[in-house]
Design a protein around this ligand. Structure first.
Ligand code: DQA
Length: 147
């Protein structure tokens, strides 16, 4: 079964508590459960992870390259400024793997600093603005790319 890592950056472990008017009232545990459900539905072996650490996210992207694992990535605030994460994400797509950048909110409808993504240019594609459904759509995109 094709493996997909669903990687989440800083503060996403606080889903349900943090700005529910922006990110919704469902918790990170709900996202983990939804990931397993969507994976079963799409025939993908989905593993959802979250970290507040840039270095851990970079390591997980290296892991995906070495293991040949596709990635759904919500880089959270790192989206807007982490060149380290961009360089790691570029290695994933250059290895021929799919990397979908996802956002719960639509960053383009928010503060100006959120309008820039340093990840988007090296991602296979981006899904933003659909809440949890952004992840579902990203997994559909991965599944649709498989031979
Ligand atoms: C986010 C958008 C980012 O701007 C923000 O820093 C996040 C979450 C989203 O999923 O909408 O933490 O990536």
């Amino acid at each position: 079964m094709t493996r997909v890592l669903v990687l989440n950056g800083p503060n996403l472990g606080r889903l349900g508590v943090r700005e529910p008017e922006v990110y919704g009232s469902a918790s990170y545990a709900d996202l983990v459960a939804a990931g397993a459900r969507w994976g079963a539905e799409l025939g993908l072996d989905v593993e959802v992870r979250q970290t507040d650490s840039e270095s851990e996210l970079v390591s997980w992207l290296h892991e995906s390259v070495d293991a040949g694992t596709h990635v759904v990535l919500n880089p959270a605030a790192f989206t807007h400024y982490s060149y380290a994460l961009r360089d790691a994400a570029a290695q994933v797509t250059k290895a021929g793997l799919v990397l979908v950048e996802v956002h719960l909110s639509n960053p383009y409808a928010r503060e100006t600093f959120r309008h820039t993504s340093v990840i988007g240019g090296v991602a296979t594609g981006t899904v933003a603005g659909f809440g949890f459904e952004s992840y579902h759509l990203a997994l559909l995109a991965v599944a649709s790319r498989l031979p």
